[in-house]
Ligand binder design. Structure first.
Ligand SMILES: Cc1cc2nc3c(=O)[nH]c(=O)nc-3n(C[C@H](O)[C@H](O)[C@H](O)COP(=O)(O)O)c2cc1C
Length: 180
C-alpha cells in the first residue's frame, strides 16, 4: 500500500475477530514506531503491550465508564492493547517546553500513536486509539509508576468491521495558502 492509500484505509475499528496477534507483528509495528520523530529527539515514550487475556481485560475495563453508555466497551474484544506511557523528556526538550510554554511530549506521543495505527494497517490489523481511560486503574494493573502519565491506549486486532466512509471537514475549511 502506498502511504496515501494506507492513510485512507486506516480507521477506528471497534469489532475484532477472536484471533491472536503474533508478537512478531507487534514487534514490527513498534520497530517502525521507534523511529518516529520527536522534539529534540527526546523519544518520551514507552509502549506496554498487553496481550495476556486477564491483564488485557483489566486494562479494557479501565477504558469504560458508567457515565457514558458503551464507551470503549469494545476494547475487551481486542486481543491486544498497547498502553502509551509518557516518559521524561530530555533536558533540551524540557528547556524548550519552559521557554516556549509548550508540552512537546503530547505532540510526540500523538505522532507515535499515528505510526502505530498506520503500521498496524500495513500489517492488515485494525486499531483504535482511546483517550478516555482511568489512569489510576491502569497504573495499578501494569505497575506503572505514579509519576508517569498514561497518554493513550491503542486497541489492535484483526478487524471484522466494514470499511467506513470518512466524515471530515471540507478542504476549504482547513487549508489556506500564505494567509490564515
Ligand atoms: C487522541 C484520540 C483519542 C480518542 N479516544 C477515543 C476513545 O476513547 N474511544 C473511541 O472509541 N475512539 C476514540 N478515538 C477515535 C476517534 O473517535 C476517531 O479517530 C475519529 O472519530 C475519526 O474516525 P476514524 O479514526 O475512523 O477515521 C480517539 C482518537 C484520538 C486521535
Amino acid at each position: 500500500m502506498d502511504f496515501h492509500e494506507l492513510a485512507r484505509t486506516r480507521q477506528s475499528d471497534r469489532k475484532y475477530a477472536d484471533t491472536p496477534v503474533p508478537r512478531e507483528v507487534i514487534e514490527r509495528i513498534l520497530e517502525t514506531t521507534r523511529i518516529a520523530p520527536s522534539a529534540t529527539n527526546s523519544q518520551p515514550w514507552r509502549f506496554v503491550v498487553v496481550d495476556e487475556p486477564d491483564i488485557k481485560n483489566q486494562v479494557a475495563d479501565a477504558l469504560t465508564t458508567p457515565l457514558v453508555k458503551n464507551m470503549n466497551q469494545f476494547a475487551r474484544e481486542a486481543p491486544v492493547l498497547i498502553v502509551v506511557v509518557e516518559e521524561s523528556a530530555n533536558a533540551t526538550a524540557r528547556i524548550g517546553n519552559l521557554l516556549k510554554q509548550r508540552h512537546f511530549a503530547h505532540m510526540d506521543l500523538g505522532i507515535a500513536a499515528s505510526y502505530i495505527t498506520l503500521a498496524a494497517t500495513e500489517e492488515g490489523l485494525g486499531s483504535c486509539i482511546m483517550g478516555w481511560l482511568d489512569e489510576r486503574k491502569i497504573r495499578k494493573t501494569l505497575g506503572i509508576p505514579r509519576h508517569r502519565t498514561i497518554a493513550l491506549v491503542i486497541a489492535l486486532g484483526y478487524s471484522t468491521e466494514e470499511k467506513k466512509s470518512k466524515k471530515r471537514k471540507p478542504m476549504d475549511k482547513i487549508r489556506s495558502y500564505n494567509h490564515y
